[in-house]
Write a protein that binds this ligand. Structure first.
Ligand code: AHR
Length: 488
């Protein structure tokens, strides 16, 4: 066991941790929506308006703050009018991005907004720029948010919803440098400016407009975009970054079968997001006064589970994913001055999913448990923290962040990324007198995962952190995530 010192300085409040940093993403892809979130009103699986009750409950438990929909690449071929009105007359389409399957549009705008209301989260719409029109987008916003007399408000009423919904987050296009139209940044910037002009605030609703930003380290996209749009046009730009164990899109690596070398490579690759956030953040501060960064899509992307449809992106989720989730969430907290939202890809049955389903069965993945353990950070102030870290296998051993809420509860989240070493952290609390300490741990073999025969294999357990004068002492076993909450 190795001992490391740490300091948390509660006098130094650094930035506000927007709850939306703990956000999510749901796309019409594989079994994320259909056979995942949405099973239809006639399903024997208990549901509210077709949405699984157990999923609503699970998302409420982690205080899901926001969910992005309907894509992803799907968003830029989605025509919202096809997904409203009587289900039997909704137009069918081909989901060209994801397996060429038939999309019957039975989950559309009303279903999505009702789902968000049931969960208690903000809806985040990704509108079709690549193959859609300005008029289509403008009508969608009117349908959702207008309280007065208008054709779209009437259509909403005809579809059974009298009052408008609130819509804050509006993403104008998705990956417009790729599946959203293969545009150049200058061209997209002009298209963006036109679309956002017609994104109106109706009936007291205030839109927060998000322009399509870069993929990982595409700094030329961010530069090109920010030369052509300003604070008058957008509130934030988005960024996408996926963690691939091998770094090779042709052979990404298996979700469950990997050796230590591939594990540490995964950790190294996921840590790369920090540098990207800092560099895109620096460009934002050079070019704009207020614009923030949204990490719209993040998480591990592996080869699909053997025998499953390659277009469905279904993968298992192990303790490795839990460590990756903890590292990313700690990084987002530490950069909450720049990052105002982050959405893991994706919520159910796709990529680094929080939930897996099979028929009526549902499994919470290790990643889900990390979101549960980190939820106490939501809405807090980030406080200064430092761990006397060590670098092994090319990566820092400990990932960490700390925050304080209005009632002065101190929340500390830690991950031990090493597979063969226990660390005892002795943490000086500066300006804080911890009278009570509660802790939780998630730990197991790095390959351990939850499946439909053993759904609780990886689960949160109560843990003990002790007090020694002004210090708290926490021991971190190999491959573990720990949350400590102190009360004065
Ligand atoms: O999350 C899967 C896909 O990854 C999304 O559709 C797209 O935006 C990204 O390339």
């Amino acid at each position: 066991m190795k001992k490391l010192n740490a300091v948390i300085n509660t006098y130094n409040r650094k930035s506000h941790i927007n709850p939306e940093i703990y956000g999510h993403f749901s796309e019409h892809l594989g079994r994320c929506i259909y056979k995942g979130i949405y099973v239809g009103e006639d399903s024997p699986i208990p549901n509210i308006g077709g949405v699984r009750k157990d999923i609503i409950e699970a998302f409420r438990q982690i205080k899901m703050p926001v969910i992005r929909w309907p894509g992803g690449c799907f968003a830029d071929e989605y025509h919202w009018m096809d997904g409203i009105g009587p289900k039997e007359s909704r137009k069918k389409m081909v989901n060209t991005n994801w397996g060429g399957v038939t999309e019957d549009n039975s989950f559309g705008t009303n279903e999505f907004f009702n789902f968000c209301e049931a969960v208690g989260c903000e809806p985040y719409l990704s509108v079709n720029v690549g193959s859609g029109t300005v008029e289509e987008m403008a009508n969608w916003i009117e349908y959702i948010t207008f309280d007065g007399v208008s054709p779209m408000a009437q259509l909403r009423r005809d579809n059974g919803r009298e009052k408008p919904w609130k819509l804050k987050y509006l993403g104008i296009g998705n990956e417009n440098w790729g599946c959203g139209g293969n545009m150049r940044p200058e061209y997209y910037a002009d298209v963006y400016r036109r679309f956002q002009t017609f994104a109106k605030n109706f009936s007291g609703n205030r839109l927060f407009k998000v322009a399509c930003g870069p993929s990982d380290s595409q700094y030329n996209w961010t530069e090109g975009l920010l030369h052509n749009i300003n604070d008058m046009h957008a509130n934030a730009i988005s960024m996408h970054y996926y963690t691939l164990p091998t770094g090779d899109w042709q052979h990404k690596g298996s979700a469950t079968e990997f050796d230590d070398k591939e594990y540490y490579q995964t950790i190294e690759h996921t840590l790369a997001i920090e540098d990207m956030i800092e560099k895109h953040g620096a460009l934002l501060s050079i070019h704009t006064k207020q614009m923030k960064l949204i990490v719209d899509e993040w998480g591990c992307w592996y080869d699909v589970e053997p025998g499953t449809n390659p277009g469905f992106l279904y993968q298992q989720n192990t303790m490795r994913d839990a460590i990756v989730a903890a590292i990313n969430l700690n990084i987002f907290n530490q950069h909450s001055d720049i990052v105002c939202m982050a959405n893991i890809a994706q919520a159910v049955n796709v990529l680094q999913a929080l939930i897996l389903t099979e028929g009526e069965k549902m499994v919470k993945t290790p990643t889900y448990h990390v979101f549960d353990m980190f939820k106490a950070h939501q809405g807090n102030e980030l406080v200064d923290s430092f761990v006397e870290n060590e670098t092994r296998e090319g990566v820092p051993a400990i990932s960490y962040s700390a925050s304080m809420n209005e009632g002065r509860d101190l929340v500390i989240t830690l991950a031990n990324c090493m597979l063969d070493e226990t660390y005892e952290i002795s943490c000086d609390l500066c300006g804080y007198n911890a009278k009570e300490i509660e802790a939780q741990i998630l730990t197991n073999d790095v390959h351990a995962h939850n499946d439909f025969t053993d759904p609780e294999k990886v689960s949160i357990a109560p843990y003990k952190a002790t007090k020694d004068g002004d210090k708290i002492i926490v021991s971190l076993p190999p491959c573990s995530v720990v949350t400590v909450i102190c009360h004065e």
